[in-house]
Design a protein around this ligand. Structure first.
Ligand SMILES: Cc1cc2nc3c(=O)[nH]c(=O)nc-3n(C[C@H](O)[C@H](O)[C@H](O)COP(=O)(O)O)c2cc1C
Length: 228
């Protein structure tokens, strides 16, 4: 109803208590020229911070075309190389798989609460080669490897029992086999960045923000300070 849309709603949750960002600052002289190097520094600091329990947890966003419908989910960032940020998943059946098939643009967001920092990566997704995917698959625990075979990620299933049954079948399939191979639909996707923003929380929400931008992978990075 139109008047229901218009009226000021009674909130179920309203203005949850928050905290001041007052620990660090970021200025031009602290930045290095290459954002991959800048990221490496910040990631190292997040890794070394005892309160950052899962610094590699990222929000990955993708958008399906032609609808433009956006979706996000938490993933674990697993690799950084000179071309970009690599995440691992099922690229056969998942929603994110469908999204990037129709639209290669993707974004990865890091939030390090204790350091009061955010890093936003926007770029173009591409599948890494088989060798790269297999290298990571090899180091996963056996149960996770079997899970990758058993679960058609994001497909609708009837019950937990159905999943248990599929897992049992995959376990049996690889019984006595030392190495569980990497399914061909499973692997890495690299986000090749076109923009990387480093955000440092500051008091009164007057944060320090620097963004590195380039038009394509072959262009040089330019650095801009952004208003908070
Ligand atoms: C902390 C955390 C880590 C996760 N790591 C991964 C991951 O590395 N790969 C993955 O495919 N899903 C991971 N998931 C599950 C995803 O959030 C998501 O449920 C799944 O990828 C299906 O998403 P989609 O249907 O949007 O493609 C993780 C979830 C959490 C909460």
């Amino acid at each position: 109803m139109a008047d229901d849309v218009e009226r000021t709603q009674t909130p179920i949750i309203f203005a949850p208590e928050t905290y001041q960002y007052d620990k660090f600052s970021l200025n031009e002289s602290q930045l290095v020229k290459d954002p991959i190097d800048q990221f490496t520094r910040w990631f190292e600091e997040a890794k070394n911070d005892k309160s950052e329990t899962l610094p590699e947890a990222v929000t990955f966003s993708s958008a399906e075309l032609p609808s433009g419908r956006v979706s996000s989910r938490v993933l674990l960032f697993k690799e950084l190389d000179h071309r970009g940020f690599v995440i691992y998943s099922n690229w056969g059946t998942s929603k994110k798989a469908r999204d990037i098939q129709s639209n290669p643009h993707g974004a990865i967001n890091f939030f390090w609460k204790d350091l009061q920092r955010q890093v936003r990566v926007e770029g173009i997704t591409e599948h890494v080669n088989r060798e790269t995917s297999e290298r990571y698959f090899k180091v996963r625990p056996r149960g996770s490897k079997i899970g990758a075979w058993a679960s058609s990620q994001s497909s609708i299933i009837k019950s937990r029992e159905e999943l248990d049954q599929l897992t049992a079948e995959s376990t049996k399939k690889f019984e006595g086999q030392e190495d569980v191979p990497c399914p061909n639909y499973w692997g890495g996707v690299r986000v090749v960045p076109l923009e990387i923003e480093f955000w440092q929380g500051r008091p009164s929400r007057l944060h320090d923000r620097f963004t590195y931008k380039r038009k394509s992978e072959h262009d040089n990075w330019e650095i801009f300070r952004l208003a908070p």
